[in-house]
Design a protein around this ligand. Structure first.
Ligand code: INI
Length: 155
């Protein structure tokens, strides 16, 4: 039996991070968590490019354009924070962002980490963008590193 499992190594990987500015204080914590995770796993800061979008709704469009440019990223981490209390169109923004990110990843084969927080309150969102533990930016970055390595092993 052959078992394929991605190693959590960032050595030699080039990573793009797409981060939405909406709820910026929380997005910045997600970005800090993502960069911390990537660098601790061997990705040098010089191999990380960060692209800002106005909100999470624009993330899939940015992904599409980054992938089209063929800048040869090994993986992309998508970060954003959508809070239900703040908008009646929470459902639309959240579902379009999730669908768009999934579609981009499936259609292109690019490993894309889903680091979008969907929360009912600011407090809940803060809990998922913790500085010391429980940071969705960190978790989604780790998933990207694992997927890059697992996909590289498919023959
Ligand atoms: N974008 C977010 O990333 N999070 C939100 O909570 C949010 N709210 O509350 O509206 C949000 N809206 C902006 C949206 O992503 C677009 O930028 C905007 O509709 C312009 O296209």
């Amino acid at each position: 039996m052959k078992e394929i499992k991605g190693q959590l190594t960032g050595k030699g990987r080039k990573i793009a991070i797409v981060v939405a500015r909406f709820n910026e204080a929380i997005s910045k914590n997600l970005l800090t968590g993502a960069v911390d995770c990537l660098t601790r796993h061997g990705v040098p800061e010089s191999a990380i490019d960060v692209y800002w979008t106005p909100g999470s709704f624009e993330i899939p469009t940015m992904l599409s354009n980054i992938i089209k440019k063929k800048k040869k990223y090994d993986g992309i981490v998508a970060l954003g924070c959508i809070i239900r209390g703040e908008t009646p169109h929470f459902e639309y923004v959240a579902s379009e962002a999730a669908k768009g990110i999934a579609n981009m990843s499936i259609q292109t084969g690019m490993p894309i980490g889903f680091g979008i927080i969907t929360a009912d309150t600011v407090e809940q969102a803060k809990d998922r963008a913790g500085v010391k533990s429980g940071n969705k930016g960190w978790d989604s970055s780790l998933a990207v590193l694992e997927m890059i390595d697992a996909i590289a092993q498919i023959q």
